[in-house]
Every structure is written in C-alpha cells, then in structure tokens.
Ligand binder design. Structure first.
Ligand code: LLP
Length: 437
C-alpha cells in the first residue's frame, strides 16, 4: 500500500517513518497521511490534462479530508478546491488558500454561506437549484464583479460502482434535471440576471467508480444539450465540470483504473463533441476527493480486549471504531489491515476487528487474517484517508483522533487529538434555581 515498507525491526514504515514509533509518540487511534503519495496523485491528474493539451482545473473535493495543513498542501500542488459548506470554506480561507481557486458547492447553501463566498471572491459558485438563483440574484447587486457560476445538472446517469442506471427523470436531490426542461429554465433565468456570469455546467455521477463508461455517457448527454443551447441561447460553456468519483483500491476485489486513464477517456469524449460542433474546447474541470487522499491514509489502533465465541469466531477489539471510521457501519465498506509491529509474521489466523462503540454494528473488519494477536499490538488499517477523519464523530463521547503527515522520514502533527475538555466545551450546566435558599 502506497509508500509503505517494512523496516529492519519488522515494523510497518510509511513515508520513511516507523508507524510503531508514531503510535507511541502521538497515541492511537491515529490517522497518518503519506504526503508523497498525495502529491503523486495530484500531479498525475494535472499531468494527464497537460498531456492532452487541455486547459483544466483539478479541484480537490475537500469533503474527503479537510484541515488547514491539507488545504495548504493542495494549494502547494496547484490544485483548486471544492468546498460544500461554510465550515469547509472557512477552513480554506483560514489556510490561506487562494480564493479564486475555490468552488462552492451544496444543495442548500444559506444566504450567509453565499455571502461569505462572494465577500472572499471565490472562483465560482456551483448553483444547484432555483431558490439559490433567487438568493444570488438578490446578493448580486452588492458586488461589482459579476458572480461566476456553474449550473449543476443531474445527467440521468447514476453510477453504482460498476454499473450505471440511466433514467429519464433522475431522482436525486442535487442539481437541475438535464432531461426534463429544468436546466433550460435555469439557464434562461440566469442569462437574464445582470450580476451573474454563467461560466458553465457541472455534473457528478457518483463515487468509487471503477470504469469510464459513466463519465463518457454523462459527458455525451451534457454535450448533446450544449449543442441545443448553442442554437437556442447562443450559450457555449467556458467550463464543463465532470465531478469526481474515481475509484480506489480498498481490497484486492477493487480494480480501479489509473487516474490518467479516466482523464484521457473524458477528454476524448469531450473533444469528439466539441469538434463536431465546431466550438472552442471548454476548460475541463474535475473534482476528485477519494482518489487524491484515500490510499494515502492509514489508521493506527492499539489492540485491547479479545473475545472468543467457541467454534464461531474471535473478536479483537481496538481503541477506535465507528467514531473514527463510520464507513464499514454505514456502507459495509471493506478494508485490509496488518499488525504494524509484527508485519513480517505470518498473517494466517482469522479474527474480526471490533470497534469500542456501544453498538453491535461497530465492526471494522470481519475475518481479517492476522498473526496471533495480543493486547498492545498496533493494528494498521489501510486506505482510510478519504471520508475517515472527515466523517469522524463523538459518538459515546469518544474524542476524535489526531492526524499526522509523514514525508521523507519526518512526521508532523497537523490535527491535534481532541481532549475530554474539548468534548464539553460547548456544554452548559443546568440553570440553578435562584429561589432556593
Ligand atoms: N464532487 C461532488 C459534487 C461530490 O458530490 C463528490 C462526492 C465529489 C466531487 C468527490 O467524490 P470522490 O472523488 O471522493 O468519490 N462518504 C462516502 C462518499 C460520499 C461522496 C459524496 N460526494 C464514502 O465514504 O464513500
């Protein structure tokens, strides 16, 4: 996995740093990010576009993992940033991220979120619905520059990992229907608003997708419409954003394509349509989240109690669980793991890894091959970089873990571990009755 190796102590090493030492120094559970791998993924997306000679923006979908340091890394790599809430936007601004490369998403942006984005002159607002158009129309009079927007469409292509469901009238809470006239109504409305500039179109078909057919199909649908809009409104998008969703390998059952391949196929499909229509190639934007950070993240846990159910299975409990990785409980997501302190030993005993939350569904991995496990062993779960920390929660009042970046043999704490004090910081005591004497 990633740049992980085994060092002379038989320990798992990531980014040149011994993970057993990390567990000692920072405690567990601990998220570790392999910075070199994030850089490599970022660069391969960018280079794929450069190779195709296409103007592009690769926007990191920050919902996968956001923090000040992460945003600074993303800025350093020259990517753009997709944020979907006031909180993500606030973090981006606080990190010093160039606001012209921030795109604001969301299916229910508030007036205040929109205003915040406009005050900071973000690169664009991805408009989702008619209510938002009204809010923006009202706001637009307060600003000198025209507000750059993309309109989000639901292309009627829905990816369920391997296969695609295509429906005429897509049943989704996001965006304007592409095939039912909604998008035309949105375009007409926007084109008539003085203070808004319609930059282009956005669509996103799903997440953890393993082939290119869905992206190509979505691009085709969008460009068929663009052909019509060129005639009816003389509107030709300067930008077409095809979203994120590129799959990664969690276990050996997953067979993702290299990032470059998705980009090539998408660009080929777009080029074909653009040439047919005789228009300029729009900028192509994408929004990968998982594929930039997913396999760069590893979570370290300390093993605690065990329970054997005779003739059935052995449960091994770790010091985290659904509070730091809700994906197994929520999506039956699968992960691979090793004992970080004894990687070279045979992993030939099957155990099931239980979280520490008070819920039977808090099982991190079923039937995982490991050596004979004992308390204090360090379990390293791979590919937890996307939607791990970002979906972490305080269920059972478990503090959220720390996050460490590793690169070139050095470790750096980038998110502190939550303390018990942090957990009660917003709690207020019951009012005492002043009548009592
Ligand atoms: N763009 C839009 C508009 C999105 O809705 C998403 C993800 C992305 C980009 C990034 O998709 P990615 O490249 O990361 O697949 N919590 C779930 C995933 C939810 C994805 C939501 N939208 C999980 O843990 O699998």
């Amino acid at each position: 996995h990633g740049t992980s190796e085994i060092n002379e102590h038989g320990h798992l090493e990531i980014g040149g740093v011994d993970t057993v030492t990390l567990a000692k120094d920072y405690g567990t559970p601990l998220y570790i990010y392999d910075v070199a791998l994030i850089r490599e993924r970022a660069r391969s997306f960018k280079q794929a576009f450069e190779k195709m000679g296409v103007r592009a923006q690769v926007a990191y979908a920050s919902k996968a993992f956001s923090s000040i340091a992460m945003f600074q890394l993303v800025a350093e790599e020259g990517l753009s940033l997709d944020v979907v809430s006031g909180g993500e936007l606030y973090t981006a601004i606080a990190s010093g991220f160039p606001s012209s490369r921030i795109h604001l998403h969301g299916n229910n942006k508030s007036y205040h979120e929109l205003k915040m984005a406009l005050d900071h002159e973000v690169g664009c607002i991805v408009v989702d619905n008619f209510y938002e158009i009204e809010l923006l129309k009202g706001l637009s009079t307060q600003y000198k520059r025209k507000i750059p927007v993309l309109l989000r469409v639901t292309p009627g292509v829905e990816a369920h990992t391997h296969d695609y469901i295509t429906t005429g009238q897509e049943d989704s809470k996001f965006g304007f229907g592409l095939l039912n006239g909604q998008i035309e109504q949105a375009i007409e409305t926007i084109l008539n608003i003085e203070g808004i500039h319609l930059l282009g179109i956005h669509c996103h078909i799903g997440s953890q997708i393993f082939d290119t057919a869905g992206f190509v199909l979505a691009a085709e649908r969008v460009f068929e419409k663009i052909k019509e809009w060129k005639e009816s409104y003389s509107f030709i998008p300067e930008v077409v954003n095809l979203g994120g969703g590129f799959g990664i390998r969690y276990t050996e059952d997953d067979e993702p394509l290299p990032a470059t391949y998705y980009v090539e196929q998408i660009v080929e499909a777009v080029k074909k349509h653009v040439n047919e229509m005789g228009i300029n190639m729009p900028e192509i934007w994408i929004e990968p989240g998982r594929s930039l950070v997913g396999d760069a993240g590893t979570t370290l846990y300390t093993v605690g109690s065990k329970k054997t159910v005779p003739n059935i299975r052995e449960y091994v409990a770790i010091d985290g669980g659904m509070s730091d990785n809700i994906r197994p409980a929520l999506y039956q997501a699968k992960y691979e793991a090793v004992l970080a302190n004894r990687v070279t030993e045979k992993h030939d005993k099957e155990v099931s890894i239980a979280g520490k939350c008070c819920e039977s569904g808090d099982m991190l991995i079923w039937d995982l091959p490991l050596p004979e496990v004992k308390a204090e062993d360090i379990l390293a779960v791979f590919c937890t970089g996307a939607y791990g920390y970002s979906m972490a929660n305080n269920y059972n009042r478990i503090p959220r873990p720390a996050v460490v970046f590793v690169e070139n043999g050095e470790a750096q704490l980038v998110v502190k571990r939550e303390s018990f004090e942090d957990l009660i910081v917003n709690d207020l005591p019951l009012k005492t009755k002043i009548t009592q004497k």
